[in-house]
Design a protein around this ligand. Structure first.
Ligand SMILES: Nc1ncnc2c1ncn2[C@@H]1O[C@H](COP(=O)(O)OP(=O)(O)OP(=O)(O)O)[C@@H](O)[C@H]1O
Length: 369
Protein backbone atom coordinates (compact mmCIF):
# COMPACT_ATOMS: atom_id res chain seq x y z
CA UNK A 1 0.00 0.00 0.00
CA UNK A 2 1.13 3.53 -0.75
CA UNK A 3 0.14 6.15 1.79
CA UNK A 4 0.39 9.88 1.27
CA UNK A 5 0.06 11.67 4.58
CA UNK A 6 -0.49 15.41 4.42
CA UNK A 7 1.91 15.71 1.49
CA UNK A 8 2.61 19.25 0.33
CA UNK A 9 4.83 20.60 -2.43
CA UNK A 10 5.47 24.28 -2.69
CA UNK A 11 7.86 25.16 -5.50
CA UNK A 12 10.41 27.95 -5.22
CA UNK A 13 8.50 31.08 -6.22
CA UNK A 14 5.54 30.09 -4.10
CA UNK A 15 3.46 27.85 -6.40
CA UNK A 16 1.45 25.50 -4.23
CA UNK A 17 1.47 22.42 -6.50
CA UNK A 18 0.15 19.91 -3.96
CA UNK A 19 -1.61 20.93 -0.77
CA UNK A 20 -1.83 18.55 2.19
CA UNK A 21 -2.70 15.54 0.07
CA UNK A 22 -3.73 12.50 2.07
CA UNK A 23 -4.73 9.30 0.34
CA UNK A 24 -4.07 5.59 0.27
CA UNK A 25 -3.39 3.58 -2.86
CA UNK A 26 -4.09 -0.03 -1.82
CA UNK A 27 -1.83 -2.87 -2.92
CA UNK A 28 -2.93 -4.72 -6.02
CA UNK A 29 -5.21 -1.91 -7.21
CA UNK A 30 -5.10 0.89 -9.75
CA UNK A 31 -5.42 4.31 -8.16
CA UNK A 32 -5.90 7.15 -10.62
CA UNK A 33 -5.06 10.81 -10.07
CA UNK A 34 -7.15 12.94 -12.41
CA UNK A 35 -7.80 16.65 -12.74
CA UNK A 36 -7.33 19.66 -14.98
CA UNK A 37 -3.93 20.84 -16.18
CA UNK A 38 -1.71 22.20 -13.43
CA UNK A 39 -3.59 20.69 -10.49
CA UNK A 40 -0.50 18.84 -9.24
CA UNK A 41 -0.96 15.32 -10.61
CA UNK A 42 2.56 14.85 -11.95
CA UNK A 43 4.10 16.46 -8.90
CA UNK A 44 2.14 14.08 -6.65
CA UNK A 45 3.24 11.05 -8.68
CA UNK A 46 6.88 12.04 -8.77
CA UNK A 47 6.97 12.54 -5.04
CA UNK A 48 6.18 8.83 -4.66
CA UNK A 49 9.50 7.80 -6.26
CA UNK A 50 11.30 10.88 -4.93
CA UNK A 51 12.00 12.44 -8.30
CA UNK A 52 10.49 15.42 -6.47
CA UNK A 53 10.93 15.86 -2.72
CA UNK A 54 7.87 16.94 -0.74
CA UNK A 55 8.04 20.21 1.17
CA UNK A 56 6.24 18.50 4.05
CA UNK A 57 4.27 15.37 4.81
CA UNK A 58 5.21 11.70 4.51
CA UNK A 59 4.90 9.01 1.87
CA UNK A 60 4.96 5.39 2.99
CA UNK A 61 5.21 2.30 0.82
CA UNK A 62 4.18 -0.86 2.66
CA UNK A 63 4.67 1.04 5.90
CA UNK A 64 8.19 2.23 5.09
CA UNK A 65 8.85 5.97 4.97
CA UNK A 66 10.27 6.59 1.48
CA UNK A 67 12.34 9.50 2.78
CA UNK A 68 14.50 6.90 4.55
CA UNK A 69 15.20 4.86 1.42
CA UNK A 70 18.00 6.11 -0.86
CA UNK A 71 16.24 7.71 -3.85
CA UNK A 72 18.14 5.72 -6.48
CA UNK A 73 17.29 2.41 -4.82
CA UNK A 74 13.67 3.42 -4.35
CA UNK A 75 13.37 4.26 -8.05
CA UNK A 76 14.80 0.95 -9.13
CA UNK A 77 12.06 -0.83 -7.20
CA UNK A 78 9.29 1.29 -8.74
CA UNK A 79 8.32 1.00 -12.40
CA UNK A 80 7.81 4.34 -14.09
CA UNK A 81 6.03 4.90 -17.41
CA UNK A 82 5.65 8.31 -19.03
CA UNK A 83 3.99 9.88 -22.04
CA UNK A 84 5.92 9.21 -25.28
CA UNK A 85 7.44 6.22 -23.47
CA UNK A 86 10.72 8.06 -22.73
CA UNK A 87 12.78 5.35 -24.40
CA UNK A 88 16.49 5.72 -25.08
CA UNK A 89 16.54 6.47 -28.83
CA UNK A 90 19.99 4.98 -29.47
CA UNK A 91 19.27 1.67 -27.79
CA UNK A 92 17.32 -1.18 -29.32
CA UNK A 93 13.99 -2.21 -27.83
CA UNK A 94 15.73 -5.16 -26.18
CA UNK A 95 18.40 -3.00 -24.59
CA UNK A 96 15.85 -0.44 -23.46
CA UNK A 97 13.94 -3.14 -21.63
CA UNK A 98 17.12 -4.65 -20.14
CA UNK A 99 18.14 -1.32 -18.59
CA UNK A 100 16.62 -1.64 -15.14
CA UNK A 101 17.41 -5.33 -14.55
CA UNK A 102 21.03 -4.53 -15.53
CA UNK A 103 21.06 -1.58 -13.12
CA UNK A 104 19.77 -3.96 -10.48
CA UNK A 105 22.86 -6.08 -11.05
CA UNK A 106 21.35 -8.87 -13.15
CA UNK A 107 23.67 -10.72 -15.51
CA UNK A 108 23.28 -10.08 -19.24
CA UNK A 109 21.70 -13.44 -20.10
CA UNK A 110 19.15 -13.25 -17.30
CA UNK A 111 18.25 -9.64 -18.14
CA UNK A 112 17.88 -10.56 -21.79
CA UNK A 113 15.62 -13.51 -21.18
CA UNK A 114 13.52 -11.39 -18.81
CA UNK A 115 13.30 -8.68 -21.49
CA UNK A 116 11.96 -11.18 -24.03
CA UNK A 117 9.48 -12.42 -21.44
CA UNK A 118 8.03 -8.96 -20.66
CA UNK A 119 7.96 -7.95 -24.32
CA UNK A 120 5.77 -10.96 -24.93
CA UNK A 121 3.68 -10.09 -21.87
CA UNK A 122 2.83 -6.66 -23.32
CA UNK A 123 1.95 -8.19 -26.67
CA UNK A 124 4.95 -7.20 -28.77
CA UNK A 125 6.15 -9.65 -31.43
CA UNK A 126 9.69 -10.93 -30.83
CA UNK A 127 11.07 -9.53 -34.09
CA UNK A 128 10.63 -5.97 -32.78
CA UNK A 129 13.25 -6.54 -30.10
CA UNK A 130 16.16 -5.54 -32.36
CA UNK A 131 14.52 -2.35 -33.66
CA UNK A 132 15.15 1.17 -32.41
CA UNK A 133 12.30 3.18 -30.84
CA UNK A 134 11.95 5.42 -33.92
CA UNK A 135 11.13 2.32 -35.96
CA UNK A 136 8.00 1.62 -33.89
CA UNK A 137 4.50 3.10 -33.85
CA UNK A 138 3.50 5.31 -30.91
CA UNK A 139 1.41 2.50 -29.44
CA UNK A 140 4.28 0.02 -29.77
CA UNK A 141 6.66 2.49 -28.10
CA UNK A 142 4.24 2.79 -25.18
CA UNK A 143 4.17 -1.00 -24.89
CA UNK A 144 7.97 -1.04 -24.76
CA UNK A 145 7.75 1.63 -22.03
CA UNK A 146 5.43 -0.62 -20.04
CA UNK A 147 7.66 -3.65 -20.67
CA UNK A 148 10.68 -1.71 -19.47
CA UNK A 149 8.84 -0.69 -16.30
CA UNK A 150 7.77 -4.30 -15.68
CA UNK A 151 11.17 -5.84 -16.38
CA UNK A 152 12.43 -5.79 -12.82
CA UNK A 153 9.09 -7.12 -11.54
CA UNK A 154 8.23 -4.05 -9.47
CA UNK A 155 5.42 -4.28 -6.95
CA UNK A 156 4.61 -0.62 -7.63
CA UNK A 157 4.23 1.07 -10.99
CA UNK A 158 3.77 4.80 -11.58
CA UNK A 159 2.26 5.84 -14.90
CA UNK A 160 2.11 9.48 -16.01
CA UNK A 161 -0.31 10.05 -18.91
CA UNK A 162 0.93 6.77 -20.39
CA UNK A 163 -1.54 6.64 -23.26
CA UNK A 164 -2.29 10.26 -24.08
CA UNK A 165 0.11 10.47 -27.04
CA UNK A 166 -1.40 7.55 -28.96
CA UNK A 167 -4.46 7.56 -31.19
CA UNK A 168 -7.84 6.65 -29.67
CA UNK A 169 -7.96 3.11 -31.06
CA UNK A 170 -4.45 2.18 -29.96
CA UNK A 171 -5.22 3.83 -26.62
CA UNK A 172 -8.22 1.63 -26.04
CA UNK A 173 -6.15 -1.49 -26.78
CA UNK A 174 -3.41 -0.34 -24.41
CA UNK A 175 -5.94 0.40 -21.67
CA UNK A 176 -7.51 -3.05 -22.02
CA UNK A 177 -4.09 -4.69 -21.94
CA UNK A 178 -3.01 -2.77 -18.85
CA UNK A 179 -6.21 -3.84 -17.08
CA UNK A 180 -5.55 -7.48 -18.01
CA UNK A 181 -1.85 -7.27 -17.05
CA UNK A 182 -2.63 -5.61 -13.74
CA UNK A 183 -5.24 -8.25 -12.93
CA UNK A 184 -2.75 -10.98 -13.78
CA UNK A 185 0.30 -9.55 -12.00
CA UNK A 186 -1.43 -7.76 -9.11
CA UNK A 187 0.86 -4.75 -9.47
CA UNK A 188 -0.01 -1.69 -7.42
CA UNK A 189 -0.45 1.11 -9.95
CA UNK A 190 -0.79 4.85 -9.51
CA UNK A 191 -1.74 6.42 -12.81
CA UNK A 192 -2.06 10.08 -13.77
CA UNK A 193 -4.40 11.26 -16.49
CA UNK A 194 -6.37 14.36 -17.38
CA UNK A 195 -8.96 12.18 -19.12
CA UNK A 196 -11.89 11.40 -16.83
CA UNK A 197 -13.10 8.56 -19.07
CA UNK A 198 -9.71 6.89 -18.82
CA UNK A 199 -9.78 7.40 -15.03
CA UNK A 200 -13.20 5.79 -14.79
CA UNK A 201 -12.24 2.90 -17.01
CA UNK A 202 -8.93 2.06 -15.33
CA UNK A 203 -9.28 3.12 -11.71
CA UNK A 204 -10.37 0.95 -8.83
CA UNK A 205 -10.23 4.28 -7.04
CA UNK A 206 -10.11 7.74 -8.50
CA UNK A 207 -8.72 10.86 -6.83
CA UNK A 208 -9.99 14.07 -8.42
CA UNK A 209 -7.64 16.99 -7.83
CA UNK A 210 -8.45 20.65 -8.29
CA UNK A 211 -6.25 23.70 -8.87
CA UNK A 212 -3.83 24.34 -6.05
CA UNK A 213 -3.23 20.62 -5.55
CA UNK A 214 -6.30 20.04 -3.41
CA UNK A 215 -8.14 16.73 -3.26
CA UNK A 216 -11.72 17.28 -4.40
CA UNK A 217 -12.94 13.68 -4.09
CA UNK A 218 -11.52 10.18 -3.68
CA UNK A 219 -14.04 7.50 -4.65
CA UNK A 220 -14.74 4.42 -6.68
CA UNK A 221 -15.61 5.31 -10.30
CA UNK A 222 -19.24 4.32 -9.73
CA UNK A 223 -19.59 6.66 -6.76
CA UNK A 224 -17.84 9.46 -8.58
CA UNK A 225 -20.47 9.26 -11.31
CA UNK A 226 -23.42 8.79 -8.96
CA UNK A 227 -22.37 11.15 -6.17
CA UNK A 228 -19.98 13.89 -7.26
CA UNK A 229 -18.91 15.71 -4.08
CA UNK A 230 -19.46 19.22 -5.42
CA UNK A 231 -20.04 21.31 -8.55
CA UNK A 232 -16.38 21.17 -9.55
CA UNK A 233 -16.36 17.36 -9.55
CA UNK A 234 -19.79 17.21 -11.23
CA UNK A 235 -18.56 19.49 -14.02
CA UNK A 236 -15.30 17.63 -14.36
CA UNK A 237 -16.95 14.22 -14.46
CA UNK A 238 -19.05 15.66 -17.24
CA UNK A 239 -22.19 14.86 -19.12
CA UNK A 240 -24.01 11.52 -19.46
CA UNK A 241 -23.10 10.63 -15.87
CA UNK A 242 -26.31 8.71 -15.35
CA UNK A 243 -25.80 6.65 -18.48
CA UNK A 244 -22.09 6.08 -17.87
CA UNK A 245 -22.81 4.89 -14.32
CA UNK A 246 -24.63 1.93 -15.87
CA UNK A 247 -21.18 0.58 -16.81
CA UNK A 248 -20.83 -0.45 -13.17
CA UNK A 249 -24.27 -1.95 -12.64
CA UNK A 250 -25.49 -5.44 -13.38
CA UNK A 251 -29.00 -6.82 -12.92
CA UNK A 252 -30.98 -9.72 -14.35
CA UNK A 253 -32.61 -8.84 -17.67
CA UNK A 254 -34.96 -11.21 -19.56
CA UNK A 255 -33.12 -12.88 -22.45
CA UNK A 256 -35.38 -14.05 -25.29
CA UNK A 257 -34.64 -16.88 -27.69
CA UNK A 258 -33.78 -15.55 -31.14
CA UNK A 259 -34.36 -17.37 -34.39
CA UNK A 260 -31.23 -17.47 -36.52
CA UNK A 261 -30.12 -18.15 -40.05
CA UNK A 262 -26.74 -19.66 -40.86
CA UNK A 263 -24.36 -17.84 -43.18
CA UNK A 264 -24.55 -19.42 -46.63
CA UNK A 265 -28.01 -20.86 -46.01
CA UNK A 266 -30.69 -19.95 -48.60
CA UNK A 267 -33.42 -17.90 -46.95
CA UNK A 268 -36.47 -18.74 -49.04
CA UNK A 269 -39.61 -16.67 -48.53
CA UNK A 270 -39.68 -15.27 -44.98
CA UNK A 271 -42.17 -13.13 -43.11
CA UNK A 272 -39.73 -11.56 -40.62
CA UNK A 273 -38.41 -8.06 -41.15
CA UNK A 274 -35.05 -8.94 -39.55
CA UNK A 275 -33.21 -12.22 -38.98
CA UNK A 276 -29.97 -12.75 -37.10
CA UNK A 277 -27.20 -14.45 -39.07
CA UNK A 278 -24.74 -16.72 -37.23
CA UNK A 279 -21.70 -18.80 -38.17
CA UNK A 280 -21.23 -22.54 -37.52
CA UNK A 281 -20.27 -21.83 -33.90
CA UNK A 282 -23.46 -19.80 -33.37
CA UNK A 283 -21.46 -16.58 -33.22
CA UNK A 284 -23.60 -13.59 -34.28
CA UNK A 285 -22.48 -12.10 -37.61
CA UNK A 286 -25.08 -9.39 -38.21
CA UNK A 287 -28.73 -8.80 -39.03
CA UNK A 288 -30.22 -9.54 -42.45
CA UNK A 289 -33.42 -8.29 -44.02
CA UNK A 290 -35.03 -11.22 -45.87
CA UNK A 291 -36.67 -8.77 -48.30
CA UNK A 292 -33.18 -7.66 -49.39
CA UNK A 293 -31.74 -11.17 -49.60
CA UNK A 294 -34.56 -12.60 -51.70
CA UNK A 295 -34.19 -16.37 -51.83
CA UNK A 296 -30.39 -16.23 -52.12
CA UNK A 297 -27.94 -17.77 -49.63
CA UNK A 298 -27.04 -15.32 -46.85
CA UNK A 299 -23.73 -13.65 -47.68
CA UNK A 300 -21.48 -11.00 -46.10
CA UNK A 301 -22.93 -8.23 -48.27
CA UNK A 302 -26.39 -8.82 -46.79
CA UNK A 303 -25.26 -8.14 -43.22
CA UNK A 304 -26.27 -5.04 -41.26
CA UNK A 305 -23.67 -4.65 -38.55
CA UNK A 306 -24.83 -1.53 -36.74
CA UNK A 307 -25.81 -3.34 -33.54
CA UNK A 308 -23.35 -3.76 -30.69
CA UNK A 309 -23.09 -7.13 -28.97
CA UNK A 310 -23.23 -7.43 -25.16
CA UNK A 311 -22.12 -10.20 -22.86
CA UNK A 312 -25.28 -11.69 -21.40
CA UNK A 313 -24.07 -11.06 -17.82
CA UNK A 314 -22.47 -7.73 -18.71
CA UNK A 315 -23.23 -4.30 -17.27
CA UNK A 316 -26.59 -2.67 -17.94
CA UNK A 317 -24.92 -0.08 -20.15
CA UNK A 318 -23.74 -2.62 -22.71
CA UNK A 319 -27.10 -4.45 -22.66
CA UNK A 320 -29.01 -1.20 -23.22
CA UNK A 321 -26.59 -0.16 -25.93
CA UNK A 322 -27.01 -3.51 -27.69
CA UNK A 323 -30.79 -3.04 -27.72
CA UNK A 324 -30.69 0.63 -28.76
CA UNK A 325 -28.15 0.10 -31.54
CA UNK A 326 -29.75 -3.01 -33.03
CA UNK A 327 -31.56 -2.38 -36.33
CA UNK A 328 -34.19 -4.94 -35.27
CA UNK A 329 -34.61 -3.37 -31.80
CA UNK A 330 -33.52 -6.71 -30.33
CA UNK A 331 -30.16 -6.47 -28.57
CA UNK A 332 -27.82 -9.39 -29.25
CA UNK A 333 -26.16 -11.02 -26.24
CA UNK A 334 -23.47 -13.68 -26.17
CA UNK A 335 -21.95 -16.13 -23.74
CA UNK A 336 -18.37 -17.18 -24.57
CA UNK A 337 -18.85 -15.66 -27.99
CA UNK A 338 -21.95 -17.71 -28.92
CA UNK A 339 -25.46 -16.31 -29.12
CA UNK A 340 -27.25 -16.34 -25.76
CA UNK A 341 -30.44 -14.58 -26.94
CA UNK A 342 -31.71 -11.04 -27.33
CA UNK A 343 -32.78 -8.29 -24.92
CA UNK A 344 -35.34 -5.48 -25.26
CA UNK A 345 -34.61 -1.85 -24.37
CA UNK A 346 -37.79 -1.49 -22.28
CA UNK A 347 -36.88 -4.55 -20.22
CA UNK A 348 -33.34 -3.27 -19.65
CA UNK A 349 -34.86 0.04 -18.50
CA UNK A 350 -37.14 -1.82 -16.07
CA UNK A 351 -34.07 -3.62 -14.70
CA UNK A 352 -32.27 -0.27 -14.37
CA UNK A 353 -35.17 1.19 -12.40
CA UNK A 354 -35.21 -1.79 -10.05
CA UNK A 355 -31.42 -2.00 -9.58
CA UNK A 356 -30.07 -0.53 -6.35
CA UNK A 357 -28.26 2.80 -6.76
CA UNK A 358 -24.54 2.96 -5.92
CA UNK A 359 -24.20 3.55 -2.17
CA UNK A 360 -22.49 6.92 -2.36
CA UNK A 361 -19.71 5.87 -0.02
CA UNK A 362 -16.99 8.32 -0.92
CA UNK A 363 -13.71 6.85 0.27
CA UNK A 364 -12.48 10.25 1.24
CA UNK A 365 -14.05 13.62 0.54
CA UNK A 366 -12.23 16.90 0.54
CA UNK A 367 -11.53 17.89 4.11
CA UNK A 368 -12.06 21.49 5.13
CA UNK A 369 -8.74 22.88 6.24
N1 LIG B 1 9.71 22.81 -11.26
C1 LIG B 1 8.68 23.63 -11.05
N2 LIG B 1 8.87 24.87 -10.56
C2 LIG B 1 7.84 25.69 -10.29
N3 LIG B 1 6.54 25.36 -10.48
C3 LIG B 1 6.29 24.15 -10.98
C4 LIG B 1 7.32 23.20 -11.28
N4 LIG B 1 6.75 22.08 -11.75
C5 LIG B 1 5.42 22.28 -11.75
N5 LIG B 1 5.13 23.52 -11.27
C6 LIG B 1 3.80 24.10 -11.09
O1 LIG B 1 3.10 23.29 -10.15
C7 LIG B 1 1.74 23.15 -10.51
C8 LIG B 1 1.41 21.67 -10.67
O2 LIG B 1 2.14 21.13 -11.75
P1 LIG B 1 2.01 19.61 -12.20
O3 LIG B 1 2.92 19.39 -13.35
O4 LIG B 1 2.16 18.72 -11.03
O5 LIG B 1 0.49 19.59 -12.68
P2 LIG B 1 -0.30 18.52 -13.55
O6 LIG B 1 -1.63 18.40 -12.90
O7 LIG B 1 0.50 17.29 -13.70
O8 LIG B 1 -0.45 19.27 -14.92
P3 LIG B 1 -0.53 18.75 -16.45
O9 LIG B 1 -1.79 17.94 -16.54
O10 LIG B 1 -0.59 20.02 -17.24
O11 LIG B 1 0.70 17.95 -16.68
C9 LIG B 1 1.57 23.95 -11.81
O12 LIG B 1 1.06 25.21 -11.45
C10 LIG B 1 2.97 24.06 -12.36
O13 LIG B 1 3.13 25.24 -13.11
Amino acid sequence: MIQLEGVTKEYAGGTMAVDHLTLEAPSGEITVLVGPSGCGKTTSLRMINRMIEPTSGRILIDGQDTARVPAARLRRDIGYVIQHAGLFPHRTVLHNVMTVPRLNGWGKARAESRAHEVLELVGLPGDLAQRYPAQLSGGQQQRVGVARALASDPSVMLMDEPFSAVDPIAREGLQDDILALQAELGTTIVLVTHDIDEAIKLGHRVAVLRQGGLLAQFSSPADLLAHPADDFVADFVGKDRGYRALSFQTAPVPVHPEETVAMGQPLGAREEEWLLAVDEQMRPQGWVRPAEVGGAPVAREHLHRAGTVAHVDGPLRTLLDAALSSPSGRGVTVREGALAGTVRAEEVLTAIQRAPRPSGATIQAAEPR
